[in-house]
Write a protein that binds this ligand. Structure first.
Ligand SMILES: NC(=O)c1ccc[n+]([C@@H]2O[C@H](COP(=O)([O-])OP(=O)(O)OC[C@H]3O[C@@H](n4cnc5c(N)ncnc54)[C@H](O)[C@@H]3O)[C@@H](O)[C@H]2O)c1
Length: 376
């Protein structure tokens, strides 16, 4: 299978995102073993940060692949779970890096989903004032989103992702073979982000997602690779135009997320998974865009059908009070004091940031989204 490549062009911080099957399998084990995918690193020694779920599945194979490329690696296996994405884990990680003898010319490889990517990314950005970072994402969400763009973060007791940096990796290697073992729920959560990219990019990618939904849901590697390649290209484009999220361009990537974050928070991060909350958030954005006469009802129905075909939840839970959602949205770390910002669509493929939504209209739309919105 061929390797798909996207370049994230950021002057001296530019890097490749490589997508394909067998990319991290050594030739001895029948893989592509393409160590040429690795950029020129400062040293030959690194630490692979992963977790207890992923280590038994992929750690040996990835270490062998590094060895074949001439790199010595030391594994650090963290406990699995968002609850470990905190400063205690980072401190423990710093000690492990030090004890492994990692110097300024060493590297960190993040082998895992977004949690591992965020922790390892933060550690790489700060250990010895920054060492080389390689991202080997293993979930759909991490391959299409978290591993690209350099953002990392850890949670504090009073909020998610409140501490972090923007620190670009040297390379992202998205081996689609990793997706074979992903739990079903995580697969569908990833699709929430993928549909978001469809709505950001417009007709061509939406048509691809419509036509290939069975192959993608069945995890056919060819279709997954094309899908991840398209998402990576879209994300890279936003990152290139607004690396530090200062111009309001990268903000479009938050489509569906302002409502989604509020729903996650109100459910104590237990009731709805991130991708599910984003999917419901997308329904709210689409519905508000129609209510504001920015988007046609036909376009909304097409997008809703796409969400439905990827098995995503689409109805706002009736027990969540609309006023509480709006309150949470005002508290979002990206909201200016008291404002209600939201990314809306002026058409499929045409997002923009509305700085301050009218609260009354938003409340009406959120109430509406407690009922199914998809026509039969
Ligand atoms: N930095 C960014 O730009 C960015 C963007 C989006 C999300 N995030 C962060 O990403 C995190 C969510 O990431 P996620 O959805 O990948 O969740 P995750 O990292 O928690 O992974 C989900 C689960 O799947 C398991 N898993 C991962 N890969 C597997 C595989 N190939 N086979 C079997 N099991 C596997 C993990 O061990 C975990 O239990 C959140 O903390 C979020 O804040 C960061």
């Amino acid at each position: 299978m061929s390797i798909h490549k996207v370049t994230v062009s950021l002057d001296s911080r530019s890097y490749s995102v490589c997508i394909g099957s067998g990319l991290t399998r050594s030739t001895a084990n029948g893989g592509e073993g393409d160590s040429l995918l690795l950029p020129r690193l400062r040293g030959r020694k690194g630490v692979i940060v992963t977790n207890q779920t992923i280590a038994p599945l992929y750690l040996d194979r990835v270490r062998e692949w590094f060895l074949e490329a001439g790199y010595e690696t030391h594994p650090v296996v963290l406990p699995d779970g968002e609850e470990h994405k905190n400063y205690e884990t980072v401190q423990w990680l710093y000690r492990e890096l030090f004890q492994a003898g990692l110097q300024r010319n060493g590297f960190i490889c993040a082998l895992g989903g977004g949690v591992i990517g965020d922790l390892a990314g933060f550690a790489a950005a700060t250990y010895m004032r920054g060492i080389d970072l390689l991202q080997l994402p293993t979930t759909i969400l991490a391959q299409v989103d978290a591993a690209i763009g350099g953002k990392n973060g850890i949670n504090l007791a009073f909020g998610k992702n409140l501490v972090g940096t923007t620190y670009q990796p040297r390379v992202v290697i998205s081996d689609v073979d990793f997706i074979a073992t992903l739990p079903e729920k995580e697969l569908f959560c990833g699709f929430g982000e993928v549909v978001k990219y469809g709505l950001l990019a417009g007709d061509d990618f939406i048509s691809f997602l419509e036509m290939n939904r069975n192959e993608i849901r069945e995890r056919k590697v060819q279709s997954l690779a094309i899908m991840i390649h398209s998402c990576s290209r879209i994300k890279a484009d936003y990152v290139e135009r607004d690396e530090l999220d200062l111009l309001g361009v990268r903000a479009s990537l938050n489509l569906g997320h302002t409502v989604g974050h509020a729903l996650e928070k109100l459910g104590d991060f237990r009731d709805l998974a991130h991708g599910e909350a984003v999917a419901i958030g997308l329904v709210c954005c689409l519905t508000l865009s129609v209510a504001m006469e920015l988007l046609s009802e036909n376009a909304r129905q097409r997008a809703l059908k796409l969400l439905h075909s990827y098995n995503l939840p689409m109805v706002l839970p009736a027990e969540i009070e609309v006023e509480r959602i709006i309150e949470e949205m005002r508290r979002d770390k990206k909201a200016a004091a008291g404002h209600l910002p939201m990314v809306l669509l002026r058409g499929l493929g045409d997002p923009y940031l509305e700085e301050n939504i009218e609260a009354g209209l938003l409340a009406e739309v959120l109430e509406q989204c407690k009922k199914p919105q998809l026509d039969n």
